[in-house]
Write a protein that binds this ligand. Structure first.
Ligand code: ADE
Length: 236
């Protein structure tokens, strides 16, 4: 009899993005904006993904004024919530300012579009444009005025600022889906890391795996058995 193990395929294509790549992408994005002659005097970083790109654009475009607004759509790594909302709406008067709303990625396009529309309506800017490091052209309903990378094959970009969050959500997915398919509940640390690398094709390093497992224990999704040195999935 042939004995084989059923290995669920990774549900998403993932690319690990480094801090160096982020700096490079933001630098190139700044060059595109400059070349176009757009000179924002306020950058609005869309929370949370637009914070680092927005701050880097402030540096590369020599912009002193940095504001933020939170528009949320994606609450779990690589899984879409139903719709985008402005989380903490507030008003400022930007009638004397040229504004650039910045995000990390335009995926469905809902969040950046909503933020752009909100800023246009409630903050009254003199001029308003949008920018993102990446734009997923086949799925986005909204195209930013400026972007550096056009993504043509949908991918989950594992940005450095969501590394821990993504890691624990990916591990959670591994344990829940494996339990559903095989009934497996107990995992050694090594097994967990190997499966993570196999499913997602990336390696985030021990520090992230360890902290992610701690979070899953805090969230009562996993339990650690000191004697067997195994992580146990708490099903149900
Ligand atoms: N946020 C929304 N879509 C994303 C994607 N494809 N990769 C990383 N972060 C995202």
């Amino acid at each position: 009899m042939i004995k084989y193990v059923v290995k669920p395929l990774p549900k998403v294509k993932v690319k690990l993005v480094s801090w160096e790549e982020i700096v490079d992408w933001a630098w190139n994005l700044a060059k595109i904006i400059k070349k176009d002659g757009y000179k924002p005097d306020v950058i609005v970083a869309l929370a949370r993904g637009g914070y680092v790109p927005g701050r880097l654009l402030c540096d590369f475009l020599d912009v002193e004024n940095l504001l933020s607004i939170q528009s949320q759509h994606w609450t779990e790594a690589a899984k879409a919530e139903e719709r985008a909302i402005i989380k903490f709406p507030y008003k400022v008067d930007l009638s004397n300012y040229t504004v650039l709303v910045v995000d990390d990625i335009v995926d469905t396009g809902d969040t950046l579009k909503l933020a752009r529309d909100y800023v246009a309506e409630h903050w009254n800017p003199k001029q308003l444009k949008t920018a993102a490091l990446q734009w997923i052209s086949p799925v986005a309903k909204f195209k930013p005025d400026y972007y550096y990378i056009e993504v043509t094959d949908w991918t989950w970009f594992q940005y450095p600022w969501t590394r821990l969050e993504d890691t624990y959500q990916f591990i959670k997915r591994i344990v829940t889906e494996t339990y559903k398919e095989t009934g497996k509940k107990e995992w050694t640390y090594e097994e967990m890391v190997e499966t993570f690398k196999e499913w997602y094709g990336i390696d985030v390093g021990d520090r992230y795996y360890k902290d992610a497992l701690e979070i899953l224990i805090e969230k009562k999704i996993l339990e650690y058995n000191e004697e067997t040195k195994k992580y146990i999935y708490i099903a149900g």
